[in-house]
Design a protein around this ligand. Structure first.
Ligand SMILES: Nc1ncnc2c1ncn2[C@@H]1O[C@H](COP(=O)(O)OP(=O)(O)OP(=O)(O)O)[C@@H](O)[C@H]1O
Ligand SMILES: [Mg+2]
Length: 243
């Protein structure tokens, strides 16, 4: 089982959204996915509950982790039940963050590439590195740019990329674009693929240009999630079996 953790003590940096996009695309590629929702706000648990209420099956094993004490037991319980374990952490520093990092094959640190957010992301990188030192092993990690502009690379983004390169901090090439579809999945308890299916149904009788206006952003969102997922999977230690 591969374990991928989303960590950044900065609240609202895009951890939960990035975790969900990854989970959907890994599942779409045919692997099984479990998600540990370690945030007391339980966004992913609620997403799952919303689906259950509406009679839609859950594509993932979703487990809340309400306390630090339950974390290690829950990880053990899931071992063998999924090919991939995705851990969504809350936006504060806690012991749970250290536990999760210690169990991870890859830690992703999502943030919006602005100088202020970059400073906080650098602290998250330090936390991962220190946890690795504590355990006497290197924990693979990478920064992930989120909420970037679809059309242009801002100067902030360019500067932050340069700075991370200068400091030898790994950054994924793929960035997650700011898109309405990425917030809709939470509002409505859907997967991106389901939003696209629904939209196709709704615009069936419309003109080609009206169809394009509705479908293109959703297709672009899925494409973005797919490219990012591909890169994440490529970042995992290759020698480890996927089960
Ligand atoms: N790529 C994106 N495009 C559009 N909106 C986004 C994107 N990523 C995140 N958001 C929005 O930004 C807000 C914070 O995102 P998210 O909940 O994923 O962050 P988080 O790091 O998990 O936050 P917390 O620390 O509170 O758990 C949410 O309203 C979410 O819908
Ligand atoms: Mg979150």
């Amino acid at each position: 089982m591969f374990t991928i953790t989303f960590a950044n003590p900065k609240g609202g940096s895009g951890k939960t959204t990035s975790a969900m996009l990854l989970a959907e695309q890994i599942r779409a590629a045919g692997a099984t996915v479990a998600i540990l929702d370690c945030d007391p706000n339980q966004n992913i648990v609620q997403w799952d509950a919303q689906r259950a209420e509406q009679g839609r099956a859950s594509p993932f094993i979703v487990r809340p982790v309400p306390t630090e004490a339950q974390f290690l037991d829950t990880v053990e319980d899931i071992r063998g039940k999924a090919d991939y374990l995705i851990i969504d952490l809350e936006g504060t520093a806690s012991n749970l963050v250290t536990y999760a990092i210690s169990r991870s094959d890859l830690v992703l640190i999502p943030f919006e590439p602005t100088p202020m957010e970059a400073r906080q992301a650098a602290r998250a990188v330090q936390l991962v590195q220190n946890t690795g030192r504590m355990m006497n092993k290197a924990v693979a990690h990478a920064l992930l740019f989120t909420k970037v502009n679809a059309a242009i690379q801002t100067n902030d983004e360019k500067d932050v990329r340069k700075e991370t390169q200068a400091n030898d901090i790994p950054v994924l090439r793929a960035a997650i674009v700011r898109r309405a579809a990425f917030t809709r999945i939470f509002r409505e308890g859907y997967l991106l693929s389901e939003l696209l299916e629904q939209a196709r149904e709704e615009v069936k009788a419309s003109t080609a240009s009206a169809q394009e206006r509705v479908l293109k952003p959703l297709e672009a969102a899925i494409q973005n999630a797919r490219e990012y997922t591909q890169e994440v999977v490529n970042h995992l230690p290759q020698q480890k079996a996927a089960a």
